[in-house]
Design a protein around this ligand. Structure first.
Ligand code: CDP
Ligand code: CDP
Length: 213
């Protein structure tokens, strides 16, 4: 069995419930939870600090080359740290980061770096890793793939209830249309639509689909 077989992959569009479900599944199964969106958000936060235009792919490439993200585990979950600074939820989910993250995430060199970092995290032990391309690109051989979905209306209202101004429809459009590693339902993934079920019910469905209980 290759190392990637120990990774449960969870992908899906913005505000579909990936993070909440992944965190609870990881707790239930005693695995480390990795939120790869936060790695792209941390990279975006650091690139924006340099003052460049996030639409300018060449400038993004140059700025990103010098940024290193560390992922120490705290309370069963990886944190995102840059130069010793652990990014706060407010920094990761700020309006400028929400607006720019899908532009940064479509730059090939950024993806190559972060995908390599994500693969290296298997050294931490059994993982639940969530994002957009985890089952399709980062760990395509994993037998444990989930795709979490919810209607656009439900997702927009749940994100609104979290108090974030977040253009999720625009991010979904960029994430699905980009050439490198677009958001897709990975081959072999179980799709769980949690538009009309609770988080606990969604977690039960994931555990049942994985047959890991
Ligand atoms: O939490 P939410 O679904 O709103 O977003 P996120 O998971 O924090 O991801 C933020 C952005 O990072 C996404 O809109 C993608 O542009 C990018 N991302 C990606 O390209 N690949 C991943 N594996 C994870 C996130
Ligand atoms: O990680 P992602 O952006 O996909 O979604 P999330 O941040 O885990 O979920 C967005 C919001 O929807 C959170 O406040 C969740 O508690 C909520 N949610 C819910 O109320 N019921 C569900 N079945 C799934 C998520």
């Amino acid at each position: 069995m290759s190392e990637s077989h120990s990774v449960i992959t969870i992908d899906g569009p913005a505000a579909s419930g990936k993070s909440s479900i992944a965190r609870l599944v990881a707790q239930r199964l005693g695995r480390t939870y990795v939120n790869t969106g936060n790695m792209y958000r941390a990279m975006t936060w650091a690139v924006l600090q340099t003052g460049i235009d996030p639409q300018d792919a060449e400038a993004v490439r140059a700025a990103a080359a010098g940024i290193v993200i560390d992922s120490p585990v705290v309370d069963g979950k990886t944190q995102v740290c840059i130069a010793g600074h652990a990014l706060t939820d407010a920094e990761l989910n700020s309006d400028p980061v929400n607006r720019a993250v899908s532009l940064i995430a479509r730059v090939n060199e950024v993806r190559e770096r972060l995908v390599a970092d994500q693969r290296a995290l298997v050294a931490l032990g059994p993982l639940v890793m969530e994002g957009r391309d985890i089952g399709s690109v980062v760990f395509p051989d994993s037998p444990h793939k989930i795709y979490v979905d919810a209607s656009a209306e439900v997702r927009a209202s749940r994100r609104g209830a979290q108090g974030h101004a977040d253009q999720i429809a625009e991010r979904d459009r960029l994430d699905k249309q980009r050439k490198n590693s677009p958001l897709v339902i990975p081959a072999g993934a179980t799709v769980i639509d949690n538009s009309h079920i609770t988080l606990d019910q969604a977690v039960e469905q994931v555990i049942a689909a994985l047959r890991l209980q």
